[in-house]
Design a protein around this ligand. Sequence first.
Ligand SMILES: [Zn+2]
Length: 394
Amino acid sequence: MPALVQAQLRCAGVEYEQSIKQTQPQLTQRLLEVEQLIRQGMESGQWQRTQEGTLVIPVVFHNLYHLPSEKISEQQVQAQLKTLNDCFRMRNADTVNTRSVFKPYAADCEIEFRLAISDPRRRSTSGIVRYYTPISSWKMGDDMKSTSKMGADGWDSKSYLNIWVCRMEKFAGFTSVIGSDPKLDGIVLDLGAIGAGQKTLVHEVGHWLGLKHLWGDEYCGDDGVSDTPKQASYTPGCPSTPRITCGNNPTGDMYNNYMDFTNDACMTLFTEGQKRRMRTLLANGGLRGSLSNSPGLKLPLIAEMPLAEQDPTWLEPKLFPNPATSYVQIDLSYDRRWVGQSYRIIDLQGRVRMQGAITSVIHQFELTGLDKGYYLLEARRTDGVVYKAKFLKQ
Ligand SMILES: [Zn+2]
């Protein structure tokens, strides 16, 4: 794969931010204020006043699957969490690959991530919730974060790190922007970017905790961290020699940093400055300080786990019985976008004999008013999808 394509796939955070700014013009100002708050917190030593030692963040994975093979296993999630925690705790074996010139800056961030054991209503949970969706692949945006758009609503973002895992069209991952809509707060990961040793999530969690790309998303830009050298832009692949840009002699670009775009194997450190920035957000009164009061890692009050959602039996509409006598049913549970849409039942002469709205994913049509013979059921969605099926009334 050419390096540039891979770099584009790595993280879509910048494209995402641009897209939401187009619909929310006030966001630009809000983000400047957020940056100001973070910098004030860092300068005032806010992060040091927070509780000492390791901070633990409850995580929930919302797995949107269209095909059964897109269900992620608990093993896959646990392996990903181990990599995430190893990287944040500087325990990953590949820290030995960190270029020696960067090693003095490397930090154990003392932040860990654990699957939630209680949901927002203190019911027991495995921290992994799987949902069937009629959407087979997702565009960058926020639709996957809303049940009404065939995705899954997030859990209270004051208390949980929400991670949506679904089939993305182009990107490995992207993260919401701190200071934007809390209902859309969290990380979206492509199904291919989760598992043992994968570091897309490490990078995205860095963003979720307030880190920017090393180049500050502009030429020799500022990432708000003092111990990461300025660098011109992202680094593709994994360089074998120093890359000097923006006058960053002698260290050069810190391409081993998780907030660059290098290969997973090349990414091996967060710095002390990045640790300070992330922990400022997690401090009491910080932008993510409420996580320390989360119910997510407290024992559940209701021990019974909610039942898993049933998979649809078919991935298309099914009409039955056919031939029919007093009624015919249509099973549309593969796609609940059908509910509320219109239908007509037409006889062989082309006359509309019944019409109305589909009221549930398994809708029953009473046929007692119809003569014996063949009919056409036609259902139409406002998005242009049409379903037609012939049936016989006996
Ligand atoms: Zn990024």
